[in-house]
Design a protein around this ligand. Sequence first.
Ligand SMILES: [Mg+2]
Ligand SMILES: [Zn+2]
Length: 269
Amino acid sequence: MAGIVVVFDFDKTIIECDSDNWVVDELGATDLFNELLPTMPWNSLMDRMMKELHSQGKTIEDIMEVLKRTPIHPRVVPAIKAAHALGCDLRILSDANLFFIETILKHLGLEEYFSEINTNPSYVDEEGRLRISPCCDFTQSPHGCSRCPPNMCKSVIIERIQASVSTDGKKRLIYLGDGSGDYCPSLKLKEGDFVMPRKNFPLYDLICKNPLLIKAEIHEWTDGEELEQILLNLINSISIEEHAQFLSADCKLQTISVEALPQALPVQQ
Ligand SMILES: [Mg+2]
Ligand SMILES: [Zn+2]
């Protein structure tokens, strides 16, 4: 079932913090990070910070150990598993990097739940240093969006997802995010889609400035518990609505009782 694609931002949406800041802070490099931040784009700075940490003797294992301690709300993992069990296609769209995201997902036992992770590429080089590159090569082919950082405009990826899923019938998108980088893709969502901004975070504030610019239905959430409730309620109501449309489209099936419709999944309070 479920013609539903759920796109999750990662930092401060799936996990409670920003994974870049978490690693830099936990490995004691905050001062250098703050000093260099005005001089280069965030994504290039993260690659530079990995070089600095490597030269200080910090290993990949040290970074992985920090990533495994990343704070996460206890209802987020069950929410993701339930959405997957309801047949949704789950994807990640993040300005972190693949190594951080995969390490955390694996630690949480979630690595099989997402069909796609769209983020900045990263790999461990022969010296054991983590290399992080921009998702969009801004020297060769800039994305041209003035709203977004040079390495990533999330709406480019949302449009690709929209184009790829529209080939197999009407799919509804649910987008969850918190940051200003999530605003651009939210503007691309269509009528019938849903945006779930984290309340009182930059995405929510940007949406509130002019909600009419957003075609998707807006459902804000504050923490992992609300994320779970709202997301699963949305999935259930979309499924019931689609099932009802399917039934009414076929006169012969109109005698089927309401009991035959999928029941709403009880959401834990
Ligand atoms: Mg975020
Ligand atoms: Zn953009």
